[in-house]
Design a protein around this ligand. Structure first.
Ligand SMILES: [Zn+2]
Ligand SMILES: [Zn+2]
Length: 148
């Protein structure tokens, strides 16, 4: 039981690290052409950048499949990764980018900080020179500004 809880949080928290690194080195790297439209005003419902969410759903689906059929602990790792996907979507696409409009305003210091941190990321439209690549975690904003 405890090991399952640990695996769940490993998947959940580990994904923030993986998302950070992917955003910084892949999306603002060799796959910039798929991420670029997320740094532009959106026309239409979807953007090419959404492909990354599809891509990231595969490891969690594979782990959940393997967990059910082959090696049970993998199930909780997969559910943790899927849990990150849900948190990411609610934070990034609903709360920050308002693709679904909800009467929600960030109130806690933590929520205000990560929302501002993501808008700081969007202060550039360029591949290079962006700051603040995290999503559900952000260092203090002063530190982010110094990284510019
Ligand atoms: Zn970006
Ligand atoms: Zn964004």
């Amino acid at each position: 039981m405890l090991i399952n809880v640990l695996l769940f949080f490993t998947g959940l928290l580990g994904m923030e690290g993986i998302a950070y690194l992917t955003h910084k080195y892949v999306m603002h790297g060799f796959l910039w052409n798929l991420h670029e439209d997320h740094h532009r005003p959106r026309n239409g419902i979807f953007e090419k950048n959404d492909l990354f969410a599809v891509f990231f759903s595969f490891p969690s689906m594979i782990l959940i499949y393997l967990g059910v059929h082959v090696h049970p602990p993998l199930l909780w790792l997969g559910i943790g990764i899927a849990g990150y996907g849900v948190c990411y979507f609610v934070f990034h696409d609903v709360i920050v980018h308002r693709r679904i409009r909800l009467p929600y305003k960030p109130k806690s210091g933590y929520m205000k900080r990560i929302v501002r941190a993501h808008w700081m990321h969007h202060s550039t439209r360029e591949k290079d020179g962006a700051i603040s690549f995290g999503f559900l975690y952000s260092p203090p904003l002063e530190k982010l500004k110094q990284a510019r």
